[in-house]
Design a protein around this ligand. Structure first.
Ligand code: PRP
Ligand code: URA
Length: 206
């Protein structure tokens, strides 16, 4: 399933991020806020368990979250989605997937991977703001599957049609969440209109 968020707050904040004059501080702040808004919906069907508690008025049977949420940001830009989700789920564990995209071939190259020991019971959110060719996201989801993850969701911000097609063909069992579906990829594999190089814009490296 592909979900494209059509929410005024998300679209407005994403427009601010897209503007070329937006600097890294404002870019990051808007990314944090969008990540929280998206997480609220992405985690809507988290497993719950019944609990018996006592309020100041007496006994109460209610529900609390059951099980772990594990965030797997694709370095570097995926780190930009972590804080906004952690604001809502401070107990989340974090794994790291180090991938960069070879500028010539556009193929993902792995340079680091470190995950919590057990991925099979939790809900795993793989994070990367950009789904361009889809190569990086496909590789990261393949990796967490190899490590035992069963309940996986891919959370991105901006997708290109080419990347969405590739991702859904490679991982039809993984739900994909986007803030926007853009027009196309250009000749060097950048999303148009997109927002430029997400890593550079988050970290101010260009
Ligand atoms: C960017 C982006 C994604 C990837 C998307 O990372 O953050 O990980 O490209 O492209 P794809 O869908 O075609 O694979 P980049 O390689 O620039 O690394 P960085 O985040 O370290 O800058
Ligand atoms: N990576 C980015 O950061 N931006 C794009 O548009 C494509 C890949």
């Amino acid at each position: 399933m592909v979900t494209i968020f059509d929410h005024p707050l998300i679209t407005h904040k994403l427009a601010l991020m897209r503007m070329e004059e937006t600097g890294h501080k404002d870019f990051r702040e808007n990314l944090d806020e969008i990540a929280s808004l998206m997480a609220y919906e992405v985690l809507r069907d988290l497993p719950m368990k019944e609990v018996h508690i006592t309020t100041p008025m007496g006994p109460c049977t209610t529900k609390m979250m059951d099980g772990e949420v594990i965030l797997v940001p694709i370095l570097r830009a995926g780190m930009g989605l972590v804080n906004g989700i952690m604001d809502l789920v401070p107990t989340a564990k974090i794994g790291f997937m180090g991938l960069y995209r070879d500028e010539e071939t556009l193929e993902p190259v792995e340079y680091f991977a470190k995950f919590p020991k057990e991925l099979s019971d939790g809900v795993v959110l793989v994070l990367d703001p950009m789904l361009a060719t889809g190569g990086s996201s496909i590789a990261a989801v393949t990796k967490v599957k190899e490590r035992g993850a069963k309940k996986i969701r891919m959370v991105s911000l901006v997708g290109a049609p080419e990347g969405v097609k590739a991702f859904t063909e490679a991982h039809p069992d993984v739900d994909l969440y986007l803030a926007a579906l853009d027009d196309h990829l250009n000749e060097i594999g950048y999303i148009v209109p997109g927002l430029g190089d997400a890593g550079d814009r988050i970290y101010g490296t260009k």
